[in-house]
Design a protein around this ligand. Structure first.
Ligand code: ZN
Length: 402
C-alpha cells in the first residue's frame, strides 16, 4: 500500500493495477478495468529541474524519458510510444550506461525542463469575456460583481476584451475612450472572419492587403486596430468597469409565452473569429458566462416558443431532440477553428434552466477548457471557481497565467 501512495506522490498517477494484463482473456477477467487517474499540474516540492530542452521523437514528438530503450553503442534511443529509432544529437555523444543524462535516471519519471530563454518576446495571455445579458436584474448584478473581481485579478499585462449578447451580439470597443462604443452583429447569422475584418473597421486607416491570410500583427493587421478590442488589463479596467456598470439586461421585450432570444452560438462564433483575426497562435481564452438556453442561431437547442419543452435526457438518449445534431455540428466546426487558432473555450453556466452544455461541450473538451455549473451567478461555486482560475496559491488551479 505504501508503494501505491509513494507512486502517486512521485508522479501524480493512480492506477488500480500495477501490471498490465498479459493476455486478452486476463483482461476480460478483470473486474476493475485497467485505468489511470492523472493529476495535471500537481505540485511536487522536490521536482528535479533540468536546465535544457528535452529531446523529442522525430515522429510523434514525445520526449526522451526513463522508459525509452537506449542503444549506447549506436547512440540511438527508441521511442516507447511509436517505436521510432532516434539518433542522439552530438552533445549526447558521451552518454554510456555509467554516464546517463538526468532524464534517463530510473527514478526521474516526472521532471521539469527549464528551456533556455527563447529570443522571441512572449505574447501576453488574452481573456475575452463573452457575457449573456438575457438575465434577470439580480443575476446580472451578481455576474457584474464576479466579472469586476475577475478583471482585478487578471495579470496586468494580459489583454482583455468584452462581448455581450442577447438578441444581438455586441463587440465592445474598449479602446475608444471615455464613452462606450460597440459593434453589433445579428444573432441569427453566422459571421465569418472576413465579415469581422470588413465590418469592424480593421482597414479604415490602411488598405486591405489584396491576397493571403490576414490575421494578427504578423499578417497584415496593425496593432492599433487590434488594440481597439483587446487592451492590456492595466489600461482598460476603467473602460471595462464603465461598460459593466452601464450593462443592462437585453432590451428586447419577451412575451409571456416566449423564451428570450439568446444567440449564444453566434456570440461564440464572433468571439472565435475576433481572436482568430487578432491573436492567432497565441494563448487566449474565451470565457463565456451563460444564463439560459440558446434559442437563436445555429447552436440553438430549443425554439423560442415556451410551449415546446427543452430536450430532456431521455430525448437525447432516444435521439429525438430536433435541434441537437445541428447544434453539435456547429460546435464541432467551432472547436476545429479554436484548435487551429490555439485558443481555449471556458463555460460558466449558471442557471436553474438548462443552457445546452450537451451540445456545446465538444468545443470545451477539444480546446482543454473548463466548465463551471452552478444554479446562479450569486452562488459560491461560481464566485470561488472564477477566483481560483486567476489566483495562484496552494489550493488554486495553478494555470500559470503570470
Ligand atoms: Zn515517437
Amino acid at each position: 500500500m505504501a508503494e501505491f501512495v509513494d507512486l502517486e506522490t512521485q508522479d501524480g498517477v493512480r492506477m488500480p493495477w500495477n501490471v498490465f494484463p498479459g493476455s486478452k482473456q486476463e483482461s476480460i477477467n478483470y473486474v476493475v478495468p485497467v485505468s489511470a487517474i492523472y493529476t495535471p499540474l500537481k505540485h511536487f516540492p522536490d521536482m528535479p529541474i533540468l536546465p535544457y530542452s528535452p529531446l523529442r521523437c522525430r515522429t510523434c514528438r514525445s520526449i526522451l524519458n526513463s522508459f525509452s530503450v537506449v542503444d549506447f553503442i549506436a547512440k540511438i534511443w527508441i521511442c516507447p510510444f511509436c517505436f521510432q529509432r532516434n539518433h542522439f544529437p552530438p552533445h549526447y555523444n558521451s552518454i554510456s550506461e555509467e554516464n546517463l543524462p538526468a532524464e534517463l535516471f530510473p527514478q526521474y519519471t516526472t521532471i521539469e525542463y527549464k528551456a533556455e530563454a527563447s529570443t522571441k518576446p512572449v505574447s501576453p495571455p488574452v481573456f475575452l469575456f463573452v457575457v449573456d445579458t438575457c438575465l434577470i436584474e439580480e443575476e446580472l448584478g451578481c455576474l457584474k460583481i464576479g466579472l469586476a473581481q475577475a478583471i482585478a485579478l487578471v495579470p496586468e499585462n494580459s489583454l482583455v476584451g468584452l462581448i455581450t449578447f442577447g438578441t444581438y451580439v455586441n463587440v465592445h470597443e474598449l479602446g475608444f475612450g471615455q464613452i462606450s462604443k460597440s459593434y453589433v452583429f445579428q444573432g441569427g447569422k453566422e459571421v465569418t472572419k472576413d465579415q469581422i475584418l470588413e465590418s469592424m473597421g480593421f482597414f479604415s486607416k490602411k488598405a486591405k492587403p489584396s491576397s493571403g491570410v490576414i490575421a494578427g500583427v504578423r499578417d497584415g493587421l496593425s496593432s492599433e486596430s487590434i488594440g481597439r478590442f483587446l487592451l492590456p488589463a492595466s489600461e482598460c479596467e476603467f473602460a471595462l468597469n464603465l461598460v459593466l456598470e452601464e450593462l443592462q439586461k437585453d432590451q428586447w421585450s419577451v412575451p409571456a409565452d416566449r423564451r428570450a432570444t439568446r444567440c449564444t452560438s453566434t456570440a461564440l462564433n464572433v468571439a472565435t473569429g475576433l481572436l482568430g483575426v487578432c491573436v492567432p497562435g497565441s494563448g487566449a481564452r474565451i470565457m463565456a458566462f451563460i444564463g439560459g438556453p440558446s434559442t437563436e442561431g445555429l447552436g440553438a437547442i430549443v425554439s423560442k416558443n415556451l410551449s415546446e419543452p427543452i430536450r430532456s435526457h431521455k430525448d437525447l438518449d432516444k435521439d429525438s431532440a430536433p435541434l441537437y445534431h445541428k447544434a453539435v455540428k456547429f460546435y464541432e466546426g467551432l472547436s476545429k477553428q479554436l484548435v487551429n487558432q490555439g485558443h481555449v473555450l471556458d463555460v460558466f453556466a449558471c442557471a436553474l434552466d438548462q443552457v445546452g452544455l450537451a451540445e456545446l461541450k465538444v468545443a470545451v473538451e477539444r480546446t482543454g477548457g473548463l466548465v463551471v455549473l452552478a444554479e446562479s451567478f450569486g452562488h459560491s461555486v461560481f464566485k470561488d471557481s472564477l477566483k481560483r482560475i486567476f489566483q495562484s496559491s496552494e489550493y488554486d488551479l495553478g494555470l500559470s497565467f503570470k
